[in-house]
Design a protein around this ligand. Structure first.
Ligand code: ATP
Length: 503
């Protein structure tokens, strides 16, 4: 698993998808840059989301609010007081951990033991092996699972009650039971606020302390009335936006899974109080369907319903994805009640209400939120697409099977030889296609090597121009995933590409 993840990271660099930020200065921890291919993939994911959320829904509109916001907003939202992570330092290794993530890592070690038992039993029983039954009845496995549940619920309770001494005690116990860090010398657990501070204004006296926004959602809440009135929006309706958010994460690791500067794609859906249960179910289902539409495998997703709820929520679930390091949160669906709008009413002194003509009364709407990290989605797509396949001749093919709608380059046009007018015809095809699609021209190396290069790059189609093309105006179109080749008329090329890559 670790090796797979290393391959993902090095492939992302080698093919111009993701670079460490400030690399020539030895980098900046948990900050990344997107290269020529990464920027395209990211843009395509953003567009795929925007189309599904804004363009296809009559009652959802999109905005683009500023990163700098009035500092009181973060008091109203609860971020000044409650946007903390519990941190703990190990005095021996001088390593800093997020206490809850560390505890989850101990649980993952126990989970690995379950996986081992399953693998052993599967081998022993062969075809007769029933995994579900085994998980439910094998005493050792059931014991491990109970242990994990006990640990997680004790952690949730201690964090909820701010009993940080017990969080420390739990870590100390776990370190003895299933060593991870190899040392026992821990500091106390402290709460650490994740917001980055900055200053607005030039002179020291008049400068105003600001925060870089840790989420895009508040830009939507504070514009609720502006959008509702100018767009004459009727409840239920949604406001969506994508944009940068900043968090001073304690443990920055796992590549672009947890970054200090990242992008979110959020939608706040404003509803009549009392209808939140239905809308919660609706958005859970709708968002899962969006993920499944990319064809990355149903088994790679699962819901995780929260038992411990954030201060603003009355129900919350994550859509988890199977990353190379296991199932982790990809998107959150939160039923936020009227917490945000009411709180902004209180702190700003302005009414944030909706007049419901059917009910003939005003109220503060309830909110359902869907919130997904664009970079995390990028990692999900990228890591799931990277495959190594053994071909019939025994060689290994590295192929990035990105969903065609998201691929940075849709087609590469390749003249078989660099002479006899083949490059000219290939350029003509590029010039025709580039009005609609990102396409490239490539004439370097033997055609087989060029195919492999495009496979690794994630390009769904290669279009090869040969001598026959000059005679009958046909080309070969090669499909990345199946490696099948078809002879088609040049006029048909655009249609074939469109059938797979159009959103
Ligand atoms: P986590 O528990 O992983 O820290 P969270 O529960 O704090 O995440 P939310 O505040 O619900 O996350 O943010 C919504 C989404 O934003 C997450 O589902 C995730 O996809 C993304 N996200 C949050 N923090 C980061 C980060 N540091 N780097 C990249 N994406 C992030």
């Amino acid at each position: 698993q670790e090796d797979d993840f290393k391959k993902v990271i090095s492939h992302a660099k080698e093919y111009g998808y993701v670079f460490q930020s400030s690399e020539i200065y030895d980098g900046l921890s948990a900050v990344y840059d997107y290269g020529q291919n990464g920027a395209e993939l990211k843009k395509n994911i953003r567009e795929y989301w925007w189309r599904a959320m804004v363009q296809l829904n009559d009652n959802i509109v999109g905005i683009d609010s500023a990163i700098f916001m009035h500092p009181t907003i973060w008091k109203a939202s609860g971020h000044v007081d409650a946007f903390n992570d519990p941190l703990i330092d190990n005095k021996d290794s001088k390593k800093r951990y997020r206490a809850d993530v560390l505890i989850e890592d101990y649980c993952a070690k126990i989970e690995a033991k379950i996986d081992k038992e399953v693998a052993k039993a599967a081998k022993r029983f062969g075809d007769a092996f029933n995994k579900e039954e085994f998980l439910a009845t094998n005493p050792r496995v059931v014991g491990y699972q109970e242990k994990i549940n006990t640990i997680l619920s004790r952690m949730a309770k201690s964090l909820e009650e701010e009993d940080l001494a017990d969080v420390k005690a739990l870590i100390e116990e776990l370190e003895i039971a299933c060593p991870l860090s190899g040392s026992k010398n821990w500091t106390d657990v402290k709460q650490f606020n994740l917001m980055f501070g900055t200053k607005l204004g030039a002179s020291a006296d008049s400068a105003m302390d600001l925060y870089l926004r840790p989420e895009t959602a508040q830009g939507i809440f504070v514009n609720f009335s502006n959008v509702q009135k100018t767009g004459r929006m009727k409840i239920p309706f949604g406001i969506a936006q994508t944009g940068k958010a900043f968090r001073n994460e304690i443990v920055a690791r796992q590549f672009i899974f947890r970054m200090r500067e990242f992008e979110q794609m959020e939608m706040q859906f404003f509803i009549k109080p009392g209808t939140q249960k239905e809308w919660y179910e609706h958005w859970k289902e709708t968002r899962l369907r969006w993920h499944l539409s990319l064809g990355m495998g149903e088994d790679n997703y699962r819901f995780h319903d929260h038992e411990k709820l954030a201060h603003y929520a009355d129900a919350a679930a994550d859509i988890e994805f199977k990353f190379p390091f296991g199932f982790k949160e990809l998107e959150g669906i939160h039923s936020r009640t009227d917490f945000d709008l009411s709180s902004h009413e209180e702190f700003s002194g302005k009414k944030l209400q909706y007049f419901d003509h059917e009910e003939n009364k005003s109220y503060v709407p309830y909110v359902l939120e869907t919130s997904i990290g664009l970079d995390r989605m990028f990692l999900a797509v990228f890591s799931n697409s990277l495959k190594e396949e053994e071909l019939e001749n025994g060689t290994i093919r590295t192929v990035l099977k990105l969903p065609a709608v998201l691929a940075p380059t849709k087609a590469a046009v390749l003249p078989l030889l660099k002479k006899d007018g083949l490059p000219e015809l290939a350029h003509e095809i590029v010039n025709e296609l580039k009005w609609d699609y990102n396409v490239i021209y490539d004439e370097k190396d033997a055609v087989g090597r060029r195919y492999r290069r495009q496979d690794a790059n994630g390009t769904p189609f290669c279009i090869t121009v040969d001598h026959q093309s000059l005679e009958d105006n046909t080309v070969t179109i090669r499909h990345r995933d199946t490696m099948e080749q078809q002879r088609v008329s040049v006029d048909k090329v655009k249609e074939i590409i469109a059938s797979e890559v159009d959103m």
